[in-house]
Design a protein around this ligand. Sequence first.
Ligand SMILES: [Mg+2]
Length: 347
Amino acid sequence: MYNMNWMQDKIRGCLIGGAAGDALGYSVEFMSYGQILSKYGPHGITRYDLADGVAQISDDTQMTLYTANGLLIDDIQAAYLEWYRTQTGEYSPTADAKCWISNLPALYSRRAPGCTCMSALQNIKCGVPVCNNSKGCGGIMRVAPIGIYGALHRWDLAKTARMACDATCMTHKHPLGWISAGEFAVVIQSLLELGEESYKVCLEDPNNLGDMLSSCSLAVMAYLKTDVDDSKIKDLYMDFADGVSNALHLAGTDIKEADAIRQIGEGWTGEEAYYIAIYAMFKHLRNPEQAIIAAVNHSGDSDSTGAVTGNLVGALHGYDALPDHFKRNLELHDVILKMADGLYITQ
Ligand SMILES: [Mg+2]
């Protein structure tokens, strides 16, 4: 049994860490690694690049908040449709909003929303089937709250996998788009469930945290076996597991971070975003700030790799362990904390 204040701090850390990685990476989302170094110096971007005094979050954090609110109203699809409305219309006080965050004018802002999410939600809104073969990272970057909810409500890990896969498959139909999200949510839950002693043990030896990842993998395989039962998807999962192993291997080498991440990919897809996040967390196992910085300084989808990494390291280390400069000036900081606490009190 864990201390409840400990759990609350880790839930806050998961959501604020994700928003911090999103905001740090959003400034460099469409820049090459060379362009990042040219603009921010040899260490890349390490502090927020403020816009009018604010570290802007992107669609990753917006959609994460809507997943969280969707869990609170027990209707994630309805929540995503309300996010879609924030991207396609102006704010107006709406009496019919199901999500409390839909009453916040600050959410009505387009921050490079993913095309797959936008077109899929337009179809859902119009009652048209969603047909694509996307494995973009627009699925994984939004489902951390499902792991949080699973931890709070003591869900079986296979159930958490199913919930996250279903929430992602609404918009992303390629199996690697939703399998990566399922595994990510399961890992978030497992990180949150680490008690204080287990946390210390994991920091002492990365192999202990690696063992936890293996347990998560078994839970996802159990879900695939019972709910999916498709040999092609199981084969894809084996490839995915190999990618995770490669990321763990790279984290244990002296290969320069940017070179290691280049070997992994650019994070535009769900599985690559996950590999980069796992690499960054293990590379900087005791330092969430450096993990987030490592995750955004590359030529790929920096805001999403930052967000996914921030969710992971925030869930591992908690809110108090995140640096103050990642909390100051962070857009919607207080809204995100309110959402974290709103999830916490539902247990
Ligand atoms: Mg984004």
